[in-house]
Ligand binder design. Structure first.
Ligand code: NAP
Length: 251
């Protein structure tokens, strides 16, 4: 019997943002692919709901409720993973925030929050996890089409995701020699709580008109791309950003 290279059996993956949206579905999809998962988020209640979905796949799962901006967060996450599973093979940095603001309304607080949550926190967690990853380890950042193209009222968010795109290239080159791959998935518009209140009927019509696939994405469109980048099927894929945006940035 041959094993599919897309499977994650015998591996342990840390997934941040696992209490909601894209991260929650990534955690479930990792479980479905046979991998064990440490789910990281802030809301203990919502993490428990995500945990149940992973457990339903038959995978082993545990949660760590952590404010990722805290200085002690990376060590706490690594300690939780090692205590529960004894090893770490993959990291998915999916936690993130989005605040729509025009330049004049982009206060220092808005700018700093994007930097702290979308760049500093995943960078620091990656630095803490990387030494524990062996040959075949994989780190996936959830970036955005906003790391590839600009749009009005998004400059702080675009700056943070643009930074992630280059972090992935730089760390991809740095860690590949010892067998650890670093890549990104860059989603387009995806239905989650992040944008539920922002997508008015007018904005939805605009998105549909400018998205070649003709629909807004679902979390289930994104997670398989992340599983691919975690798995051995992508063993020669390094420092890249896989756009999963219905063709938005192909135009
Ligand atoms: N939705 C889209 O259209 C879209 C498009 C492109 C890229 N993305 C990216 O996809 C990723 C996931 O977004 P989503 O749409 O799934 O959003 P979401 O449903 O709002 O989920 C965000 C997740 O990030 C966690 N989080 C936020 N700040 C945190 C902090 N300081 N410490 C710890 N955890 C924190 C949240 O935890 P709690 O809820 O427990 O606080 C939650 O699990 C983000 O990086 C986002 O930029 C989303």
């Amino acid at each position: 019997m041959t094993t599919s290279p897309f499977r994650l059996d015998g591996t342990v993956t840390v997934v941040t943002g696992a209490s909601s949206g894209i991260g929650a579905e990534i955690a479930r999809a990792v479980g479905e692919a046979g991998g064990d998962v440490l789910l990281v988020g802030r809301s203990a209640g919502r993490l428990t709901a995500s945990l149940d979905a992973v457990a339903a796949t038959g995978a082993r799962a545990a949660v760590a409720a952590v404010e990722l901006r805290d200085d002690a967060a990376p060590q706490a996450v690594v300690d939780a993973a090692l205590a529960e599973f004894g090893r770490i093979d993959g990291l998915v940095n999916a936690a993130g925030i989005y605040r729509m603001a025009a330049l004049a309304d982009t206060t220092d607080e808005v700018l700093d929050e994007h930097w702290e949550v979308n760049v500093r926190a995943p960078y620091r967690l990656t630095r803490e996890v990387a030494p524990h990853l062996g040959d075949g380890g994989s780190i996936v950042f959830v970036s955005s089409m906003s790391g590839h193209v600009g749009s009005p009222n998004d400059s702080a968010y675009c700056a943070s995701k643009g930074a992630i795109e280059l972090v992935v290239k730089a760390l991809g080159t740095e860690l590949a020699p010892r067998g650890v791959r670093v890549n990104a998935v860059a989603p387009g518009n995806v239905h989650t709580s992040m944008n539920a209140e922002l997508i008015t009927p007018e904005l939805e019509a605009e998105i549909l008109a400018t998205t070649p696939a003709g629909r807004i994405g679902e979390v289930g469109d994104i997670a398989p791309a992340v599983v691919y980048l975690l798995s051995g099927a992508s063993r020669y894929v390094v420092g890249t950003s896989l756009r999963v945006d219905g063709g938005f940035t192909a135009q």
